[in-house]
Design a protein around this ligand. Structure first.
Ligand code: ZN
Length: 276
């Protein structure tokens, strides 16, 4: 029976019988896997506080059959990312990234780069999310994750007629095509929506940004809104469902957006006053 020793992030856990747990993990060597934690509800010695979502753990166990549940004997906590639970927007953003991995990454397929990115995202969120460019950082992480799962959008030509894209307006993003279509072809893509040239240029450069630039970059409200719409439409297309965490996150964001709008309004007023 092959023994398994690996690292993983805990995606979810559910009760199974009196003392066991069914655990979904994103592991370094096998990607997303389902496992059974034998006696996990009772044994504090073999599972010492290590099964909370977001935690990075080291586990050992065995696999009876390649398609069977991995059986976990022991699971040790490496990094709990406790700070991630202290702010609602960090917590729900973390849930959203776990949900992307859970819904869109194939089962039993290793993706070490995605594992590394998840570690980076949780470390960022555990910092409390007080950065002024928080939403921009989340968009960049979303884009990186999409690319690492093989859904990177094509933004350099019309994916329908394969012609050149218009230089200014008339760019549409089609989730079904996985990229842009021109204004002539968009009628054949009912779910396509308009995106600005500014957003497209920024997204084209996003994957080339180094760490320093990522930490400083901020999107305009329009680029932020369009890139969020684009990422989410793409993920919805690939997963075939709406994301629960996103709905909760959006409802939680609403009052803050109201405040942002109010701030924009005030700033506009000040600029107006200066020009008068
Ligand atoms: Zn076209």
């Amino acid at each position: 029976m092959p023994r398994v020793k690996d690292q993983a992030f805990i995606i979810s856990k559910t009760d199974f019988g009196e003392s066991d747990l069914i655990i979904t993990l994103f592991s370094l060597s096998r990607g997303r896997v389902s496992a059974i934690g034998k006696g996990a509800k009772r044994s504090r010695r073999r599972f010492p506080g290590s099964l909370e979502i977001f935690s990075r753990v080291a586990f050992s166990g065995f696999i009876k059959h390649p398609l069977a549940l991995t059986r976990i004997d022991e699971c040790l906590l490496l990094e709990p990312y406790l700070g991630l639970q202290e702010s609602l927007r960090c917590f729900y953003s973390g849930c959203y990234f776990l949900e992307i991995v859970n819904r869109c990454s194939p089962e039993r397929q290793a993706n070490p780069e995605l594992f590394k990115l998840l570690d980076e995202i949780f470390a960022f969120l555990a910092g409390g999310g007080r950065q002024s460019n928080f939403n921009c950082r989340i968009r960049l992480f979303e884009l990186q994750m999409i690319a690492l799962m093989g859904f990177k959008p094509r933004l350099d030509l019309c994916l329908d007629c394969h012609g050149e894209l218009p230089q200014r307006n008339g760019l549409f993003f089609s989730p079904r095509a996985g990229g842009l279509v021109c204004d002539r072809c968009q009628v054949r893509h009912p779910a396509a929506f308009r995106v600005s040239r500014g957003t497209v240029s920024l997204l084209n450069q996003a994957h080339r940004l180094d760490c320093d630039l990522r930490e400083k970059l901020n999107f305009t409200p329009r680029v932020e809104q369009e890139s969020a719409q684009l990422c989410r439409a793409l993920l919805r297309w690939h997963s075939g469902c709406d994301f629960k965490s996103l709905k909760i996150m959006e409802s939680h964001d609403r009052p803050r957006r109201g405040l942002d709008r109010q701030r924009e309004w005030n700033l506009g007023d000040e600029a107006g006053a200066r020009n008068r």
